[in-house]
Ligand binder design. Sequence first.
Ligand code: G4P
Ligand code: MG
Length: 181
Amino acid sequence: MDDKIYVSYNDIHSAVKRLALLVTASEFKPDVIVAIGSGGFIPARILKTFINRPIYAVGISYYGIDNKPTELPQKIQWIDEVQQKLTGKNILLIDEVDDTRMTLSYCLEELLSHHPQEIAVLVIHNKKKRKQAAFPPEIHRYFAAFEVEDRWIRYPWDAECIEDHDLMAEKTRKAMKEDTQ
Ligand code: G4P
Ligand code: MG
């Protein structure tokens, strides 16, 4: 089988539930959820089932409109009209994967400029690798559902055939079980 990590919607749902329970147990009381799009959108909606707070969406791109890579991230969607409401608030920032950490760090810096009380970071997968950016020192709460090797992760929302995808996710689960035995 190929070496990609396939995850199903059920895997994501269970992982988000686990993260939500950890947040609740940590006594961090989020006022708002901020989702980094597009990978963070579906996890954010699942999170709302367990932590019922308003969701704000942000989008970042390293590609310009001509589809050429840009040096600095570009905001393709931001929460301008509500950002002043973040002051003094506890923010739960959610994305699907912590890869290079570039996008996450950029979003954290931007959100911190509005002086929230605290920001906690939630991701489904953290890739165990050398990161290209560091979290700002203000970040003390970080929750990752899975620590994974630096392999490509296939998320269910990218699948063109969800049935085939789920079969692959089943294979991934079996392979990971064997690895840990
Ligand atoms: P980070 O701060 O979260 O580490 O993000 P980074 O800038 O390194 O990620 C660049 C893009 O690559 C992000 O997508 C991220 O979701 C995506 N990515 C990184 N590793 C994987 C992977 O293993 N599988 C998949 N499917 N995506 C990965 P983006 O530009 O924000 O786009 P979107 O797909 O979230 O819309
Ligand atoms: Mg993403």
